[in-house]
Design a protein around this ligand. Sequence first.
Ligand code: ATP
Ligand code: MG
Length: 428
Amino acid sequence: MPDKTRSHRDDILAIDFGTSNSTVGHATPAGAVLLAVEDRHVTIPSAIFFNIEEERLQFGRDAIAAYTQHYEGRLLRALKSVLGSALIDETTPIGSHRIAFKDIIGLFLRHLKAKAEAQLGREVEAAVLGRPVWFVDNDAKRDKTAQDQLEAIARSCGFKHVDFQYEPIAAALDYESRVAKDELALIADLGGGTADISIVNVSPARHRKADRKADVLANAGVHVGGTDYDKRLSLQQVMPHLGYKTCQREHPGRELPASVYFDLATWHRIVLLNGNGSATFLKEMQHLAAQPALVHRLQRVVRERSGHQLAGDVETAKIALSESQRATLELPYVDADLAIELSRPGFEAATAGETRKITDSIGECLRQAGVAPGAIATLFLTGGTSAIPAVRAACRATVPQAKLVEGDRFGSVGLGLAIHAGVQAGAH
Ligand SMILES: Nc1ncnc2c1ncn2[C@@H]1O[C@H](COP(=O)(O)OP(=O)(O)OP(=O)(O)O)[C@@H](O)[C@H]1O
Ligand SMILES: [Mg+2]
């Protein structure tokens, strides 16, 4: 039985609801810990599968496995990207029902809460949630709406007290737990959906102080993350094999409509292709196409609901290019012999604009803080996208004298949120 007596404001779950991966942390007397949220894993892919065939919900790796095993159902990923977008107020068909995107995010958060509570053996009514510096780039009003949406969803899951902390500040707290003396650090959390930057005076002496406002010199961020790298790679190197940017038969100067390719290359929009109108639209595209065989591949991917498999294979190839100069993307479910050769220089060229946006954001953060690049002692990098060699090199070049420290790519923000939760609990 859950111990309700301990269910109060000081017992806080620290939730890093990430675009790609999520964690739940908790402060213990011995320090901050991440709880196991899927079997023994402390991370869980932010994925949910409505298994229509077996009439059940699956989450994380289990959700992705069920989709891969071709169970009849619907997979949704990158749900955080829906916050602040027009989609948040929309519904999507799941079997014979329509479900609102905000309710789907709620199901995921509820699952995280239940997993954490099962491990702790009690209910927890307070949460501190990580948030990017901007849910919606440089638009304070829509950004606030996005945070309010997430707060309302968390409350609907049973959290009575909901606080937020910037993800890069959380990462800074994780880094701070390991430093011996004060220093000025530039923290970059480069995730699946956003790049978030903070410039912080890290200080072991002030580590457990509740009010650290004076130590945070600036925060900046941009809506660019690993899912954008996936999208760019897909649009540049994969979608042309499915007809993207090819011409219309009767208007050789005109390209086929692009929207369906954008949806297919954008993690959180893939589910939209399941709608009733897609088949008709794709039939019309095939009539229009100068190369109908390519559109036939597109039709097959949509009809067989292979969109997430394709996005996942593009992501896997992207990750392989962090280790090697070349990768082969074999796509037999698109067309029997389709194999696309990818190169690291090709990937870097395709995504140079994304990388530039991240370094621009670092520049903006330095400007806001009013510090010269040479004053930064440490560049602390975390988040999955910081594994991309070109991204790492570009970030280093913004503060060339700084020492590079790499955090636990998938755990730093979560651990830092748990440290923050512990300080908050102690502060009441
Ligand atoms: N070795 C790698 N090389 C390149 N990219 C990688 C690598 N490993 C993971 N990634 C990418 O990192 C991203 C996920 O990172 P992370 O888990 O930090 O994001 P998140 O916390 O879920 O997102 P956000 O904080 O932006 O909401 C994915 O896009 C994934 O493809
Ligand atoms: Mg993150």
